[in-house]
Each structure stands twice: as structure tokens, then as C-alpha cells.
Design a protein around this ligand. Structure first.
Ligand SMILES: Nc1nc2c(ncn2[C@@H]2O[C@H](COP(=O)(O)OP(=O)(O)OP(=O)(O)O)[C@@H](O)[C@H]2O)c(=O)[nH]1
Ligand SMILES: [Mg+2]
Length: 222
């Protein structure tokens, strides 16, 4: 059987929505990118797809305010979610986003896996832990990415990786943890393989996806 490959480079924007009823039909496979505001969700998506402006990024937390869907072919989609946490927006608006986020996570049938992004310098905040617990309880596989790892020296980032891997064992479930940097293009291959594997499983119900070299950015991770 042929390896299952997704052409991330050809990813294209489908739609933005404030609630799931406004999204495209709930078929196929979706992998959602979730994490605190400013964790680097939109940037990681751009890096994965080798596009600079696919998902909008910003220095100001709270850039992504809607559920954004991106087509990656073969009935698979990436989902850029609004960040949770410290967005500087009026409370009412903030509550609206959080509702959209929760509704998406709880009700979307095509959601097959979650990428949880956490700044490598501040991982496993309370909200991150809640999300991980929820994903495990919902039987959703998780790839936890420790983002902006270019901000730490090699030794410190490895120590942080081991610390987080150890800490997440209490959650049980299927959680992988890897380092990621959009700036240095680190961890991209792990990310693309995770998405291909989970989408394949969701669509075809077994483990035949090999996750061999995908048509995405080449990671220079060593
Ligand atoms: N040094 C460094 N900065 C990064 C990296 N990834 C993202 N950033 C920066 O972090 C900031 C936030 O990035 P975004 O991708 O917009 O973060 P987000 O999680 O989508 O944020 P919200 O949409 O507000 O939830 C931007 O200034 C990015 O340039 C990285 O790998 N390294
Ligand atoms: Mg964003």
C-alpha cells in the first residue's frame, strides 16, 4: 500500500467561523491547533505549509479570533483555533471565543487529533493541563509541541523536553511531546507525520500510514 501523504504546501484557506454551525460540513478528518494566546499556533501552521501568510500571526496575543479552516487535500483539514488565556480583549468578546472553542472541541465529529502548543519556556499552565486532560478523556491523540525552542540553548531545551515528557505521564492517554521552532524550522517532520498518521487512521480506520517523508517543509532537526 502507498504511504499516505498530504501536500501541506498546497494548503489553502477555506473559511473562518465564530461557531461550528457556520463551518463546512463535518466530514473527513480535522487536526486542530490549540494553545494559549501567543503560543505560536498560527506560525507553526505557516511553517508546516511553507507559506508566510496562510494563517495570520501577530506579536499581540489574541490575533486569531475565529475558528479558521484550511484544506490540505484528501478530505483533511487543519484548524487554527483562537488562543485561550491572556488575550487583551473585552471580557464579553473573550467569552464568545472561548465558547466557540469549547463548542468546536466538544462537538466536531471530524476532529481526529489535537496539536497542543506551549511556549517551551512556560509549558503546562493550568489551562494547558485542562486541555490535555480533556483530550485524553475524549480519546483524542495529542502532539504537544514546545514552541519557540530557538529561545533556549540546546541543553536547556532538551532538559525542558524531558521534564514535560515526565510530567505528562500523569495524564495517561496518547500524548507525544516534541520541540518545535517556526523560526528554525525544528520539529516540522514530527508535526507532518503526526497529522498524516492521525488523518489516515480517522479516514481508513487502521495504521497503514507510514508517515514517510511528506511533501512538507523539510525539518533540519538533527
Ligand atoms: N522566536 C520565535 N518566535 C515565534 C515562533 N513562533 C511564533 N513566534 C512569535 O510569537 C508570536 C505569536 O505567534 P502566533 O503564531 O501569532 O501565535 P498564536 O498562538 O497563533 O496566537 P493567537 O492567535 O493570539 O492565539 C509572533 O510574534 C511570532 O512571530 C518561534 O518558533 N520562534
Ligand atoms: Mg493565531
Amino acid at each position: 500500500m502507498q504511504p499516505f501523504k498530504l501536500n501541506f504546501r498546497n494548503a489553502s484557506f477555506i473559511t473562518s467561523a465564530a461557531k461550528i454551525s457556520q463551518l463546512t460540513s463535518d466530514g473527513g478528518a480535522e487536526v486542530a491547533f490549540a494553545g494559549r494566546s501567543n503560543a505560536g499556533k498560527s506560525s507553526s501552521m505557516n511553517t508546516l505549509c511553507v507559506q508566510t501568510n496562510l494563517a495570520r500571526t501577530s506579536k499581540t496575543p489574541g490575533r486569531t479570533q475565529l475558528i479558521n479552516l484550511f484544506d490540505i487535500g484528501q478530505d483533511c483539514r487543519l484548524v487554527d483555533l483562537p488562543g485561550y488565556g491572556f488575550a487583551k480583549v473585552p471580557l464579553e468578546l473573550k467569552e464568545k471565543w472561548q465558547l466557540a472553542l469549547t463548542e468546536y472541541l466538544e462537538k466536531r465529529e471530524s476532529l481526529c487529533a489535537v496539536v497542543v502548543l506551549m511556549d517551551v519556556r512556560h509549558p503546562l499552565k493550568e489551562v494547558d493541563q485542562m486541555l490535555l486532560q480533556w483530550a485524553v478523556a475524549s480519546d483524542l491523540p495529542v502532539l504537544a509541541l514546545l514552541t519557540k525552542c530557538d529561545k533556549l540553548k540546546s541543553g536547556a531545551r532538551k532538559a525542558q523536553l524531558l521534564k514535560v515528557r515526565e510530567a505528562i505521564t500523569v495524564f495517561g492517554g496518547d500524548i507525544q511531546v516534541e520541540l518545535f521552532s517556526s523560526l528554525k524550522k525544528l520539529g516540522v517532520e514530527h508535526l507532518s507525520q503526526f497529522i498524516e498518521t492521525q488523518c489516515y487512521r480517522h479516514l481508513h480506520g487502521d495504521d497503514e500510514a507510514t508517515g514517510e517523508e511528506s511533501v512538507s517543509a523539510q525539518s533540519n532537526e538533527t
